[in-house]
Design a protein around this ligand. Structure first.
Ligand code: SF4
Length: 375
């Protein structure tokens, strides 16, 4: 059994407000000290906590003691290894280098008046979806809660710096970056507790979407714990055979088990489920496959997002033609399922998860901030 890290050594950005308050109270500090520290970490992350001269003396002393113990003090904003923008100006993709040198991707998507951050939950991914650049690189490690929170802080700061928009301009969060969020369940839930806290980043639970490839135990745990977040389930195939060819993880949790878990989720939490379907020409985009999908989802309050494939070096498939995507959608709509064909935003910034990291690795990591398109 691995040793439990003492709370006093946990990185501060890993702590929800109540835990931070408890930790400070154990050292004899007051709630207003916790509020000052929380504000500094979540709103003023550019400043080193150890250098803050405006904190009350007991808080400065507590921070100094932690520093002597070697605990991580800072808000830990990761170093930016790349920042590239799509040609339509609506998508920015960041490659962020974590303290141990691992890099993860964070995407900021801008739509008029509302911005969405897409964050990573793991470095690499163990699920191995064949068309996904992250799946092609394999699993490296789980991210800590603070490493997930830091990505949102990074996106928010970038938004504020580029457009002068208030912190509230970042309104939505999706966990659709690198990694399988339900494979890193505890860290993700702690991060979401911090991110949705109204005293901090304040992205409401109904504006947060967890995307899963179908980790059945994780879906059932969301139900048991009555987590209020939205759920998006990646299907890509409506039979075991077709799905397992694209999503190897489905050999572990069968399609039948997954659909059962989705039904339980909808019924018990009274929530709609979003199903993601990557449209790959000639592989899963026929009208017959759309009919099978409609039969599979019968009785579920479902919305289907159809996503033309983002090409990757490690997968030979192509995105479905516009007409095939439209026909697939027509069949779903005739069966009563609302659906959306997603625009391929950011295709020129390697927007599919893992693509920027893979591209940078291939190029042997261009210097910080260099546009990916640079020679
Ligand atoms: S699509 Fe998601 S779950 Fe599948 S390999 Fe990529 S990151 Fe992992």
């Amino acid at each position: 059994m691995s040793a439990v890290t003492p709370v006093s050594c946990r990185p501060l950005l890993d702590l929800p407000f109540t835990e931070l308050e408890r930790e400070l109270a154990a050292a004899g500090l007051k709630p207003f000290h916790a509020r000052a520290l929380w504000r500094a970490m979540h709103f003023e992350t550019a400043t080193s906590l150890a250098e803050r001269t405006d904190f009350a003396a007991p808080l400065r002393q507590w921070i100094a003691e932690r520093a002597r113990e070697g605990a991580i003090l800072e808000a830990e904003l990761p170093e930016q290894a790349a920042d590239i923008a799509s040609s339509d100006g609506l998508t920015r993709k960041f490659l962020l280098r974590l303290a141990d040198g691992q890099t993860v991707e964070t995407v900021l998507m801008g739509f008029t008046g509302r911005h969405t951050a897409c964050v990573s939950s793991q470095a690499g991914c163990a699920m191995g979806c064949v068309f996904c650049a992250t799946g092609q690189m394999g699993f490296v490690r789980h991210l800590r809660p603070g490493e997930i929170v830091a990505q949102v802080l990074h996106a928010r700061r970038a938004l504020q710096a580029s457009s002068g928009e208030a912190a509230s301009g970042l309104r939505n969060l999706v966990l659709m970056g690198m990694g399988e969020p339900l494979h890193n369940y505890d860290s993700v839930m702690t991060a979401l507790e911090i991110i949705s806290d109204t005293r901090g980043i304040n992205i409401g639970p109904s504006r947060i979407t967890i995307s899963t490839v179908g980790v059945v135990p994780g879906i059932l745990r969301l139900v048991e714990e009555r987590r209020p977040y939205k759920l998006a389930v990646s299907l890509h195939g409506a039979t075991e055979e077709e799905r397992s060819a694209l999503v190897p993880a489905s050999r572990r949790w069968s399609l039948a088990e997954l659909i059962d878990a989705c039904r339980i989720y909808c019924e018990k939490l009274e929530q709609r489920i979003f199903f993601e379907w990557t449209l790959i020409a000639g592989a899963n985009d026929s009208p017959a496959q759309a009919e099978r999908l409609a039969r599979l989802l019968a009785g579920i309050d479902a919305h289907v997002n159809l996503i033309p494939l983002n090409p990757t070096v490690g997968f030979a498939g192509n995105a479905s033609a516009t007409a095939a995507a439209a026909e697939f959608q027509r069949v779903l709509q005739a069966a009563g399922f609302p659906s959306t064909i997603r625009q391929r935003r950011g295709i020129d910034v390697a927007a599919g998860c893992g693509q920027l990291r893979a591209e940078k690795t291939r190029r042997n990591l261009a210097p910080t901030g260099e546009p990916a398109g640079s020679p």
